[in-house]
Design a protein. Structure first.
Length: 191
């Protein structure tokens, strides 16, 4: 019986997996939780099938619509992308073009260590993607919104949050984690 399988020697691109509960309750301490189920079934979709994309990815979900957003890095071009379910019309990536992929930043070598934070409040899905700019050795953030009514993606310009110095190996913005607080404001922790 195979318990774990790791693809160590080759990379297949961006893959999304959605877990489904089996219906059995999980025991938590003395009481059984009826709101949580073991993820016994998974639907797996290859969003982008290429060996050169997918490292440094992060996933977020709109808690109202269930739309999934994945930030990822194209290591050949050095670009930051966003893949998402939904959107107006047919998509341009994923099985049956059920996903839409967007180029978010291509200035220099950008997109490593990405982390996405999603805000489900309001009439649109707000997101912030923090990531490493290897060219400038800096932490950058791109902010965007997805309209729940039209599916349109609106992206603001990428901004540098903390500058490093590539000449002295002073790097800012590696190993990032992003979240949204109770007021809908982004929070970023990084090295």
């Amino acid at each position: 019986m195979e318990l774990f399988r790791f693809n160590v020697f080759h990379f297949v691109g961006v893959v999304a997996a959605v877990g489904f509960g089996s219906g059995a309750a999980i025991a938590s301490g003395a009481a059984a939780r009826t709101d949580a189920y073991p993820m016994s079934e998974w639907r797996v979709e290859t969003v982008v099938s290429s060996w050169n994309v997918g490292p440094h990815l992060s996933v977020g979900t709109d808690t109202i619509t269930g739309e999934t957003l994945i930030s990822f890095y194209d290591r050949v071009e050095g670009d930051l992308y966003l893949a998402r379910t939904g959107g107006p019309g047919p998509g341009d990536c994923g099985p049956g073009n059920s996903w839409t992929c967007h180029l978010l930043d291509s200035e220099g070598d950008v997109g490593q260590y990405s982390s996405i934070a999603v805000d489900s409040g309001g009439q649109s899905i707000g997101f912030w993607i923090s990531y490493f700019d290897a060219t400038q050795a800096a932490l950058k953030v791109v902010e965007g919104y997805v309209s729940r009514t039209t599916g349109e993606l609106i992206v603001t310009v990428a901004v540098t949050v903390d500058s490093g110095n590539p000449g002295t190996s002073l790097y800012k913005g590696k190993h990032i984690d992003a979240a949204v607080d109770s007021l809908g404001l982004p929070r970023i922790a990084y090295q």
